[in-house]
Ligand binder design. Structure first.
Ligand code: ARG
Length: 619
């Protein structure tokens, strides 16, 4: 068995197989009469995937069909040509069995050598990174996520960006990228006009002294109704109704307060500086509870000093020009509405800040990619901003990948946007509390295994399970679709839920306590595992696919690829554990199975951790 613990010993079978296929296809293109352009290669290699049915092998290459068609040959003949070259590709034979003949119309099915598999699992057991190789080319990636508009209470809509962005950042970092997270707070917008106006007209000093957050929240909600002046809202809220009657011009006065703040009015600026820590305190409490952190929190206000120069530069470069008193960037034809960067009254816009932010990040962080994890309703905004940035041509923009990682809306169980019974948006904190309370009820009814748990332990379990459920439910959805928020579903103990996965970790790891096994020793002594039983082999192979799952998450910024894979892994483990004795096994079987259990527990735990989800020892 190999004793090398270095990174070079970490094997990603799919990558290795794709490399062999690359060599085979290059050789086929050189002398096999099938033209393959270099730019087609990545797409062709993506056709090397896990087989749908394990009885055909572990991986399958399906490109022979398409290649044969263009060359006017028989798919099987092309497959045979590829197979011949694949077997001769450097390194193929040490990892994979000879493919044999093509199957069906030209599938090339490949099985990993048992010896290579056994050794790789052995190395993964001894490895901090659980056998997951680092990316060959680390990139600098900015992840712009969460980014709520502060001074308004955070609501359910903010959870998606926060949870998805955090998971993506963790996964990219684990893969070896240089990740910079930035919470692009909306800390400069019209909501401040509302609380400034509210502060000046109807603040409650005693309430502010007692609970500043609650008082600012009250002012925001109250003034928003007064400024919007919707008759039905005012009718439903007497305090707002009375205030609106007293101040018929509230709407424009609120805008004027915002404008004064932006112009540097000392009073409004001082109040803003007083309010900001309160607003930050409020959101930070939620981030702590969610275990989400940021490298930077450069809100919109941070970029304000750069906006005038941004507009001037865009005008000087001929990209932006006046349009009905405002200044806009014309991206389409003359008749298409321009992207506005300065209003007629001189105010800058959301897009202006985003453009200045792109320039600032390129200059200071030199990223290769920037991911914006933001609601799908902002797709057009980002399309326009990205296009404008490219035309603007600031340093580095030609080489950066700008990506809007969009997500759908959170719906209630009635299929409509998630609202409270009273029709308000659901506050995030109340939602987290409810999740934890409900989790307490779920984990509290099961007396088995809870012996020796203190009230403190149980609270910790409920918090971990409740918050985990909310996060996992979100992450396990395809992010681009809307998703239905259901406490009942997300807290189920079976199916693809956090609770099920957390329970799986507790169960696997319970074996070591039960058997009084020293896991450290087990890892040090592990020289490989046995893969003679098909169920053992299937689990071993699945464990080594962790790196493939993470790679696929990165390709399309989709954390649900990881949740789906973890769920499959848990299933594979159940099949293995139900069929084969572990603690009761003997000799080499016992050591091997314990090692596989150890790795399973760690991979599940690490997988959940990369999703930002905690685990507990006992549930
Ligand atoms: N604050 C914005 C909102 O709540 C989201 C900001 C997203 N990030 C950005 N760079 N535009 O809608």
């Amino acid at each position: 068995m190999m004793a090398d613990d270095g990174p070079s010993a970490r094997v990603n079978f799919r990558s290795a197989l794709r490399a062999a296929f690359r060599a085979a296809l290059e050789s086929l293109a050189a002398d096999g009469g099938v033209a393959i352009a270099a730019h087609e290669m990545p797409g062709l290699l993506e056709q090397v995937r896990e087989t749908a049915d394990a009885k055909f092998g572990d991986y399958s290459g399906t490109m022979a069909m398409a290649l044969a068609k263009r060359a006017g040959k028989k798919p099987r003949d092309v497959a045979v040509e590829i197979i011949r070259r694949l077997e001769a590709a450097p390194g193929y034979g040490t990892l994979f069995q000879p493919p044999g003949d093509p199957v069906g119309p030209g599938f090339i099915n490949v099985r990993v050598q048992d010896s290579a598999l056994a050794a790789a699992v052995g190395r993964a057991v001894a490895d901090e990174r659980l056998g997951v190789a680092l990316v060959v080319k680390p990139r600098t990636v900015v992840v712009d996520f969460s980014s709520p508009n502060v001074a308004k209470p955070m609501h359910v809509g903010h959870i998606r960006s926060t949870v998805i962005g955090d998971a993506i950042a963790r996964i990219l970092r684990f893969r070896g990228h240089h990740v910079i997270t930035d919470n692009h707070l909306g800390d400069w917008g019209t909501q401040f006009g509302m609380i400034l106006w509210g502060w000046k007209h109807c603040r409650d000093d005693a309430a502010f002294a007692a609970d500043p957050t609650a008082e600012l929240g009250r002012l925001y909600r109250l003034v928003r109704k007064v400024a919007d002046a919707k008759p039905e809202e005012l009718a439903a809220d007497p305090a707002a109704g009375a205030l609106a009657a007293q101040h018929p011009a509230a709407g424009s006065e609120v805008l004027a307060e915002t404008a004064k703040l932006h112009e540097g009015d000392p009073e409004n600026r001082a109040l803003w500086e007083r309010f900001m820590p309160v607003c930050r305190g409020e959101i930070d409490r939620i981030y702590r509870r969610l275990h989400v952190t940021f490298d930077h929190t450069l809100g919109e206000s941070f970029f304000q000093p750069l906006l005038a120069a941004t507009v001037d530069d865009l005008v000087a470069k001929g990209l932006a020009r006046e349009s009905r008193g405002a200044i806009g960037i014309f991206l389409g034809g003359e008749d298409d509405p321009p992207l506005l960067i300065r209003k007629a009254d001189g105010a800058f816009l959301y897009a202006t800040t985003d453009l200045a932010t792109i320039q600032w990040r390129l200059e200071h962080w030199k990223p290769d990619r920037m991911l914006y994890v933001v609601d799908h309703r902002q797709s057009q905004h980002f399309e326009q901003v990205f296009e404008a940035a490219r035309r603007w041509g600031v340093d580095g923009v030609a080489d950066v990948d700008l990506v809007h990682v969009a997500f759908g809306t959170v719906l209630g169980e009635d299929g409509k946007p998630f609202k409270t019974r009273a029709g308000d948006t659901v506050g995030l904190e109340a939602l987290l509390d409810e999740g934890v309370d409900r989790a307490a009820a779920v984990v509290g009814t099961d007396d088995e295994g809870r012996a020796g748990m203190t009230a403190e332990d149980r609270r910790h379990v409920a918090e971990t399970v409740g918050i985990g459920a909310i996060k996992y439910a979100d992450l396990s959805q395809n992010r681009t679709t809307d998703y239905v928020f259901s406490f009942d579903k997300m807290l189920q103990l079976t199916g693809n839920t956090a609770a099920y996965m957390q329970y799986a970790v507790a169960r696997v790891e319970g074996i070591f306590t039960k058997g009084a096994v020293d896991r450290g020793q087990l890892r040090r002594d592990c020289r490989g595992v046995l893969v003679s039983d098909p169920k053992e082999r299937a689990l071993a192979l699945e464990l080594l696919r962790f790196g493939e799952a993470l790679e696929d998450v990165e390709a399309d910024s989709r954390p649900n690829v990881l949740t789906a894979w973890l769920y499959d892994l848990a299933g594979c483990y159940s099949t293995f554990y139900d069929a084969l004795p572990v603690l009761k096994a003997e000799g080499a079987d016992r050591d091997s199975r314990l090692a596989v259990c150890d790795l399973t527990g760690r991979v599940l735990r690490r997988g959940l951790e990369l999703l930002g989800i905690g685990t507990v020892e006992k549930m």
